[in-house]
Design a protein around this ligand. Structure first.
Ligand SMILES: NC(=O)c1ccc[n+]([C@@H]2O[C@H](COP(=O)([O-])OP(=O)(O)OC[C@H]3O[C@@H](n4cnc5c(N)ncnc54)[C@H](OP(=O)(O)O)[C@@H]3O)[C@@H](O)[C@H]2O)c1
Length: 324
């Protein structure tokens, strides 16, 4: 990849800060890097390695080759096309464009081919969908998936910096009432991420199902998710049950999982969110065939929502796109 001019918009947030860490760790070639956030952050600096970079207020005069948007969906809707019109290619972290048929929704290990040199806007997937898809993709490619049933255990960092502060403050006894979440999160959990819709699924659950179908290019695939917020700082986990289209031995299944790039198979063992926090790879474990129905497989999957679920997946997209 040749050096590019990059703008990170929302650079002070959870995803923005992790993006800076990943750019530094991976030594991504940049001709220029400019950081933007709300007017309240003007004058702040953000660390990238040993360098402190200034944060600018978001205005119309941004110039760059690529922009990464780590903003709310409402702000992304305002800004993505404006930046495209100014000649920038945009990677958006929000849910604003993910289900648009003309916007690629990309996990590079699975569907990098949906980005072309003509693409203007790429959406980065939901953080739980990304982690779960890293295990579903090799199973679908090798055995075919018929049904997918998911229960997630999602960390507070998935809801941004204010949510992390809420868990810390409640744990320290500084705060007892919820500010970001619908209930107290310290010492608690709740099956409510996003609003309930007419189908009685929450927004998060619908995103997970629809994004899995889109990325696997399986629009009719039966996927049902229950999304649960847990008092963990970083790392999204999920218990997943899948019906395969054919019988497979545990050795065949583990071989398919082990050979998928970016996925580590823990076999019958498992990893915890604390163990994988800060890591790039997604871990799949507790892999077992249902003794009552050999076509059903159950497993545990865990990944860093701020990395593979967000920042590092977007940098992988950037590296691929900038090399086309
Ligand atoms: N956290 C995750 O694990 C994760 C994973 C996948 C996708 N996402 C998505 O990524 C996006 C960012 O999430 P996050 O967790 O990083 O949120 P966050 O920690 O709350 O950060 C939000 C960022 O948006 C900036 N911002 C707010 N209002 C602004 C304005 N009017 N103009 C310019 N910048 C503004 C904030 O700047 P100030 O500091 O100046 O307020 C901050 O940099 C969301 O759409 C989220 O759904 C998050």
């Amino acid at each position: 990849m040749k050096p590019i001019r990059l703008a990170i918009i929302g650079a002070t947030g959870m995803v923005g800060q992790t993006t800076l860490a990943v750019l530094h760790e991976w030594n991504v070639p940049l001709a220029e890097l400019k950081l933007y956030a709300s007017a309240a952050s003007t004058g702040k600096t953000m660390p990238m390695g040993h360098v402190n970079l200034p944060v600018h207020s978001l205005t119309d005069d941004i110039r760059a080759d690529f922009a990464i948007l780590a903003l709310s969906a409402e702000l992304s809707k305002d800004w993505a096309h404006k930046l495209n019109a100014r000649g920038m290619k945009v990677i958006d972290h929000s849910s604003a464009f993910r289900m648009n048929s003309d916007v690629p929704l990309v996990i590079p290990e699975i569907n990098a081919d949906t980005i072309t040199s003509k693409t203007q806007l790429v959406a980065n997937p939901n953080c739980s969908a990304s982690v779960i898809l890293m295990a579903l993709a090799p199973l679908d490619q090798t055995f075919g998936l018929k049904r997918v049933i998911i229960a997630t255990y999602q960390s507070v960092s998935g809801a941004g910096i204010a949510a992390c502060d809420e868990l810390k403050d409640q744990t320290a006894g500084i705060l007892s009432d919820p500010r970001v979440f619908p209930h107290r999160i310290a010492g608690n959990l709740f099956p409510e991420i996003g609003y309930l819709d007419a189908t009685q699924y929450t927004g998060e659950e619908t995103k997970i199902s629809q994004e899995i179908q889109k990325i696997l290019r399986r629009p009719g695939l039966h996927v049902s998710a229950t999304a649960v917020r847990v008092p963990v700082e970083v790392g999204h986990s999920a218990a997943v049950s899948v019906e395969l289209s054919r019988d497979a031995s545990i050795n065949e299944i583990q071989a398919a999982l082990q050979s998928f790039p970016g996925l580590v198979c823990d076999g019958q063992d498992y990893s915890t969110p604390m163990q994988i926090s800060g890591a790039q790879d997604v871990h799949v474990g507790r892999v077992r065939i249902d003794p009552q129905n050999k076509n059903w497989l159950h497993f545990w999957v865990v990944g860093d929502n701020t990395r593979k679920g967000a920042a590092s997946n977007a940098i992988q997209i950037l590296q691929h796109w900038a090399s086309l």
